[in-house]
Ligand binder design. Sequence first.
Ligand code: GDP
Ligand code: MN
Length: 379
Amino acid sequence: MNVHEYQAANVLASYGIPVNAGAVAENPAEARAIAEKLGTTVAVKAQVHTGGRGKAGGIKLAKSPAEAEAAAEKILGMSINGHVVRKVLIVPAVDIQREIYLGIILDRARRQVSLMASGEGGVDIETVARETPEKIVRVLADPYLGLQAWQAREVGFSLGLDAKQTGQFADIAIKLFDAFMKTDATLAEINPLIVNGEGKVMALDSKMSFDDNALFRHPDILELRDLAEEEPTEIDAKSSGISFVKLNGNIGCIVNGAGLAMATMDAVKLSGGEPANFLDVGGGASADQVAKAFTLVTADPAVEAILINIFGGITRGDVVAHGIREALDRVTVEVPIVVRLSGTNATEGQQILAAAGIAAVDSMDEAARKVVDSVGQAA
Ligand code: GDP
Ligand code: MN
């Protein structure tokens, strides 16, 4: 789960990290009032679950409350990478001496939590990683001891900070690590972490993502969820116990089991197609679940064919076949459907589908080829 910058900043502030404190406005008049209260030049910042707001014109400096109102007027309603701005954060503008990148991430390959830092802050870190990877420092936190102060200090010095700033940097890094661990985050990032005009180190832009599977133990963080920022079909799927992730291809996939769903996407790609989604209907494949899955998949206008891939283990092929037939009675599907059904009672299942005019095959590769061909023919 992602949260907005102002929410991430609040979480980090509660761990003792110095952030640029401000307030959120939902309309230009509120923005003006906040700027008046702050009584200084402010930055008006779009609050959306995406980066690169600066480049997109989603961050503007305003020298007076009237300017803040005008900036909010411009930014609210703007679309940044497909995210519509509904809120702006108003913070005191700060004098920036240096911009640093600091992030705590889970390094999946090393199976450890890792600190990443770079003197090239402010800009998008993916670009730094691609073009000048040597400008990124990484250190791994010991799983038992955590990130150690000496490690954080070493990083601070390597960024060219002086002794006093390195002390502040290390303190922030340790607190960021603490926040990451205690909130079950998957990412805690400050970009830029700045050195201001007085030489003080502070967070200017904060970002946090949290592990969905751990949210049950963080009701306070779950409250920060902004449904307006999430894909509506994904929210709908979640409430039906279906795991659904929208992708950019044209082959809709309906599969039982997460691993099989991943393998299905690979099979589609190997046959020259592009999956439109990841979808795991969960344990069984009842008519209800399959009908819901059809609704989710066909909601995407890009979908030109659907591949249903069911391996019957505990789930029986005949039950699934009935489920698919019943679902098709309820939901109108106008694109070709290819079914791969194997495992327990697959033969019975295939007969049931054949009687309904739906061809089913045994092999996943064959089904993937067929579904990709069906799109080729239609085009
Ligand atoms: P992002 O583009 O979405 O990552 O948004 P950021 O909050 O990181 O802002 C992008 C850039 O805008 C920063 O790297 C700064 O250079 C600049 N910026 C943001 N806030 C201020 C501010 O208060 N004062 C000044 N001078 N620049 C700012
Ligand atoms: Mn940033």
